[in-house]
Write a new protein. Structure first.
Length: 644
């Protein structure tokens, strides 16, 4: 018989283990639910940010790429520019470190959500459930699988961190917490414009959670923060004005009610509920069970004077408010930050139901009733989230195979242009339309002429004209052995050059294209002999140069000339550019901006409509000489005929 004393864990050790589990369990749930998000590669907008490193050659370039407003008017130097620049510099196109960092950020967010919820409600159970409810929502799928959505995760971190610091300031009165809160708040503007709502969130905390005697002092302390948010708004609007058209059109009209209703629905029901095979009726049941249960709890709390729940609701409303002005861009991941407030409120409701004393006569019934919305919510969200994560991972997988397959083909056939066949619309949107090859320095990748009939872009439709070769250009390239043709077969590329040549030469029409890339050797047969040799993406023209194009189809067509004017060319004043087509003058234009790209449109005369080919002549009023004695006029990249 063994008489040695048995080891019995002390209460402190048990408490430490339970405390650790309280912090780690929601994070473990996050990793399990979104595990495939660690393996997803890059797609779509990711390639715009991955392209930045290739454009940075010196410190001024770095400042420009970090702080110049993007096409949508965004300036997110932490969550997009700096994040991608740093990680690409360190890890290249290995996506795993990017994804791990996103998960680390979200883990920190979950810890902060748990701490804030427990601090406000006084309930350990509420603090445990809030991050779980937030994590389960399928609207977080893009954040956890698409690297470009990191701005939502990082913005959440700044808002939650600033809120936690302000709570500590309110509780202790120590000014160091206020100053750290100020630092975090200011830094948060580099993550997402939504950061500007923080002073309003802090004010809501003061009004509905903080003790009454300290409210006046706390509100006064927020005045500088409101001024900073106001100044940021004015500065941002000055350097990046609101867009008046397109998907990011800013509009405040009656559509905000429909937008708000849509985001309310997405908060309680997965966006693709019906698409994933569920009935609309069951979706309505889930929505109303969860929404009405939460609403009933909030009304009851407010009626009893427990106004902390109003702070949670304010979090949702304040964070969703800026999104309501984007009625043409309804996106489920926009509610990533607002959902935090609803998760806190829902967790508090569940904890109060299960925290009732066993002596309360109705306690068992209330506990069972509280399980119904919880089961409905998790039962709808968790399977839908897993399905959405798997769908997104499966969609992105071919992008990696395509990009690295093209890189291998380029290495196998140096000096040849890669032409792709068999590209789907989804793969075009996720890769080719987003310039996926640019970060690797692959500038000459095109699609077969037949691709125009099979690809229907959802994004970047203008890219289709740029990458699909005209039949005549393809015919010339095959004849002069300038290209290799590859077909994409799901997960790899197959060289089909020989077979394509045999089948395609008979039906490729030999007529002039309506778009010529001046610096591309494939289009060289359309240029006059006066052009200087091609350089990457452009050519110099001398004083005068010609190009052949397919003629205009209607009076709405315009001749578009795109190029670049070095500073040296403007030392004598503005440069005048003259254009004629088939001997008909189209007019002249001035080029005044040094070291800048330019675009010029010219109206096409009705006499040219319907012509199979026209001869465009471009000239400038003066030139310079390079060290080799060559006459330099201006740099041109593209000459095309575009519909109005």
């Amino acid at each position: 018989m063994n008489d040695s004393p048995r080891f019995v864990p002390s209460r402190d050790r048990k408490g430490a283990v339970l405390g650790l589990a309280w912090w780690l369990a929601p994070i473990l749930f996050l990793v399990i639910l979104y595990f495939k998000g660690l393996t997803t590669w890059f797609a779509a907008d990711d390639f715009a940010w991955l392209s930045l490193l290739r454009q940075v050659h010196n410190f001024p370039d770095f400042l420009r790429e970090m702080f110049e407003p993007a096409a949508q008017g965004t300036i997110r130097f932490w969550s997009e520019r700096g994040f991608f620049l740093l990680f690409e510099k360190l890890f290249g196109l290995d996506s795993l470190p990017y994804r791990v960092w996103v998960f680390i950020t979200m883990a920190a967010n979950l810890a902060l959500v748990a701490w804030i919820t427990r601090r406000i409600t006084g309930s350990r159970m509420a603090g445990f459930l809030a991050p779980v409810l937030w994590t389960a929502n399928s609207s977080l799928t893009l954040v956890m699988t698409w690297t470009s959505a990191y701005n939502e995760a990082l913005c959440s971190l700044f808002l939650l961190s600033a809120t936690a610091l302000f709570i500590r300031y309110a509780e202790t009165g120590r000014r160091c917490f206020w100053w750290w809160q100020l630092v975090v708040f200011i830094l948060g503007f580099g993550a997402l414009e939504l950061n500007a709502i923080y002073p309003a969130l802090a004010a809501a905390y003061v009004l509905f959670v903080a003790p009454r005697p300290s409210r006046r002092k706390l509100l006064v302390s927020l005045i500088p923060l409101f001024c900073i948010s106001g100044g940021y708004f004015l500065l941002h609007r000055a350097v990046a004005p609101f867009l008046s058209q397109g998907p990011y059109e800013m509009a405040v009209d009656r559509r905000i009610f429909h937008t708000f209703g849509t985001y309310i629905k997405l908060s309680f029901l997965p966006q693709n509920w019906v698409a994933f095979g569920h009935s609309a009726r069951s979706g309505r049941a889930v929505f109303w069970i969860v929404a009405l249960s939460l609403a009933a709890f909030c009304v009851r709390q407010i009626a009893r004077g427990r106004n902390a729940v109003i702070f949670f609701l304010c979090w949702f409303v304040l964070a969703i408010a800026p999104m309501l002005s984007l009625p043409s861009h309804l996106t489920d991941y926009y509610i990533t930050v607002p959902l935090i407030g609803l998760a806190m409120a829902g967790a508090w409701g569940l904890s109060m139901a299960w925290g009732l004393s066993v002596t309360t006569p109705s306690a068992p019934a209330i506990r069972i009733a509280a399980l119904i919305p919880l089961i409905a919510y998790l039962g709808a969200m968790v399977p839908s989230t897993r399905t959405a994560v798997n769908w997104w991972a499966d969609r992105i997988r071919p992008v990696r195979s395509l990009v690295f397959g093209v890189q291998a083909a380029e290495n196998t056939h140096p000096g040849k242009v890669i032409v792709l066949d068999g590209i789907t619309s989804a793969l075009f949107d996720d890769a080719i339309g987003a310039s996926a090859f640019y970060p690797l320095g692959l500038d000459n990748v095109y699609l077969t002429p037949e691709s125009r009939d099979t690809i229907h872009p959802g994004d970047h439709p203008e890219m289709l004209d740029r990458v699909v070769l005209a039949p005549a250009v393809m015919r010339s390239a095959i004849t002069h052995d300038q290209v290799v043709v590859y077909s994409f077969l799901g997960d790899h590329l197959r060289n089909i050059t020989w077979g394509y040549e045999r089948s395609a030469l008979g039906h490729l029409v030999d007529s002039a294209p309506r778009r010529v890339e001046v610096g591309n050797p494939l289009f060289g047969y359309l240029l006059g002999p006066e052009w200087l040799p091609a350089e990457p993406g452009f050519r110099w023209m001398p004083r005068r140069a010609t190009v052949r194009l397919g003629g205009p189809n209607s009076v709405k067509d315009r001749l578009l000339i795109e190029g670049f004017c070095p500073r040296l060319q403007l030392q004598g004043g503005p440069l005048h550019l003259f254009v004629t087509v088939d001997g008909i003058p189209l007019g002249e234009t001035q080029i005044t901006d040094p070291d800048a790209s330019f675009q010029r449109l010219f109206v096409m005369p009705p006499a040219l409509i319907g012509k199979k080919m026209v001869r465009v002549e471009i000239s400038v009023d003066r030139t310079t000489l390079d060290p080799n004695g060559r006459e330099l006029g201006v740099v041109l990249s593209t000459i095309s005929i575009q519909p109005e």
